[in-house]
Design a binder for this molecule. Structure first.
Ligand code: T46
Length: 130
């Protein structure tokens, strides 16, 4: 399945917190064209329920805990985004659901393409056919 955990580079100080960073095309395998973030989601809420035809994305949760469920039509995987330093690369053609485990969790997403609704597959049977 085309996904992978990426440990985000982090520079920690003794008293003044930490700084984490990544660079498009270097730490993540694509140049970043779009950034969006999702917040204000109640605990146990589920978002997603779609796949992308071509889009590659990199997800991380700088605050809170969010479960990501992936499905390629033949096998499934579950990843918990529960650290500021843990990122998830998701390739195309993967059905995804995101479940908010903790209220006020923030999901940040870097995307390889501009927003294009035509790249979405929002029907599971159509995804399987695709
Ligand atoms: C994904 C997961 C991880 C825009 O107008 N521009 C944008 O850049 C995005 C991402 C969304 N939208 C619109 C499309 C919908 O009318 O915002 C509305 C909510 O989008 P959606 O229901 O697709 O949101 P999620 O949280 O289910 O999915 C989002 C991304 O859309 C999707 O690409 O992989 O986060």
């Amino acid at each position: 399945m085309d996904f992978g955990i990426i440990n985000i580079k982090t520079i920690a100080t003794e008293k003044n917190g930490a700084l984490s960073y990544f660079e498009g095309g270097r730490d993540i395998p694509f140049a970043i064209k779009r950034v969006y973030y999702i917040y204000g989601v109640p605990c146990d809420a589920k978002r997603g329920g779609h796949a992308h035809k071509q889009l590659q994305q990199f997800l991380f949760c700088p605050h809170g805990k969010i479960q990501i469920k992936l499905d390629n039509g033949m096998s499934k995987a579950e990843i918990m985004l529960d650290s500021e330093q843990k990122g998830l690369f998701i390739g195309p053609r993967l059905w995804r659901d995101m479940i908010w485990i903790q209220t006020d969790s923030v999901l940040c997403v870097m995307a390889s393409e501009f927003y294009d609704e035509d790249d979405y597959i929002r029907d599971y049977n159509a995804f399987i056919d695709f």
